[in-house]
Every structure is written in structure tokens, then in C-alpha cells.
Design a protein around this ligand. Structure first.
Ligand code: SF4
Length: 168
């Protein structure tokens, strides 16, 4: 495991990989249209107001919302729809923490807008899954060519459409 693979992948990389490998490739090369996105701003505002007593754990690229006693990794999402990407992000955080020697118990994803939580198990199977996801992300990032575009209908709402499709 290289130093870069220990520290270079955050939750955003994992989310983009699973949404669209091309999106991850562009992001890894400095394209950041989401910084201007209202959706992102809304998520950050919700983040800052929902759980005011938590402490973010900063692992470089990866910022874990907070970890409670027994090493439960918490993540808050502004989305109303739980997705496999969210679970993959939390597994990635569990992986990073476990590499630091933390005896991780599990993850919990909070969806305050729908008042729901989703538990993310952690163990051998989840670790293998997280390591495979990490491997795939590094493979995409290391590619010299951008991965192909998704079918256009799947690009709806993606902040990289300007680049991929020339739309304003
Ligand atoms: S616009 Fe489509 S192809 Fe381009 S990064 Fe977004 S989802 Fe992928």
C-alpha cells in the first residue's frame, strides 16, 4: 500500500467512482464544478446546522463527520435517498480508520431530512469490499485516458455535463 493510497482517497472520490468513473477521473485532475453547486452548498449548510456538537475527524482527503464511543463512524447526508454510494463512502472511512489501528465497530449514516439512519456493518467482508472499491478508484485515477461517458440520460444533474456534453 503506497502512502498515496492511504491518504489520497476521500469520500468524494468513492462517491464519484460509483456514480461515474469519468467523474472521478475529471475530479482527480482538478475539475471541480461542484464547488459552485447549490446542492453542495445546501448539503454543507445542513451539515453545519444539524449536529452542532460533533467533531469532524480530518484524515486529509477524507473527512469523517464524527466517531462515537466504540468506534462507530457517523456520516450525515443531505439527500432524501439512501444509496450504495453513501455506504461505500462510510466503508472507506472505516477502512482508513482501521489502518490507523482503530478497532472500528460499524458505520451509521444519518439522513436528517427523512429522519432515518442506515447501519453499515464492518468486518472482513466489508473490508474486502472497501479495499476492492479503493483499488478500482486508483485504477481509474491512474488511467491516462478519461473513462467513456455514461449514457446521456444518466448524466442528468451531474455538474460535469458542461465538460462531457458541452452544455451550459
Ligand atoms: S456528465 Fe455524465 S459522463 Fe460526464 S462525468 Fe457526469 S455522469 Fe459522467
Amino acid at each position: 500500500m503506497t502512502e498515496e493510497s492511504d491518504t489520497g482517497l476521500g469520500g468524494v472520490h468513492i462517491k464519484y467512482l460509483l456514480h461515474c468513473p469519468r467523474q472521478l477521473w475529471l475530479y482527480s485532475r482538478g475539475y471541480r464544478p461542484e464547488q459552485r453547486s447549490d446542492t453542495v452548498a445546501f448539503g454543507e449548510a445542513l451539515d453545519e446546522t444539524t449536529y452542532t456538537r460533533r467533531r469532524t475527524i480530518d484524515l486529509g482527503e477524507a473527512k469523517i463527520d464524527w466517531v462515537t464511543t466504540g468506534a462507530v463512524v457517523h456520516e450525515t447526508k443531505s439527500s432524501r435517498t439512501p444509496t450504495p454510494q453513501h455506504e461505500a463512502q462510510v466503508r472507506h472511512y472505516c477502512l482508513l480508520l482501521s489502518r490507523l489501528g482503530v478497532n472500528v465497530a460499524r458505520g451509521t449514516i444519518h439522513y436528517p431530512l427523512i429522519r432515518r439512519t442506515v447501519e453499515v456493518p464492518w468486518g472482513d467482508e466489508a473490508r474486502a469490499h472497501a479495499e476492492e472499491t479503493e483499488r478500482q478508484a486508483h485504477e481509474v485515477i491512474g488511467s491516462h485516458q478519461p473513462p467513456p461517458r455514461l449514457p446521456r440520460k444518466q448524466c442528468r444533474g451531474c455538474s460535469y455535463r458542461d465538460y462531457c456534453w458541452g452544455e451550459l
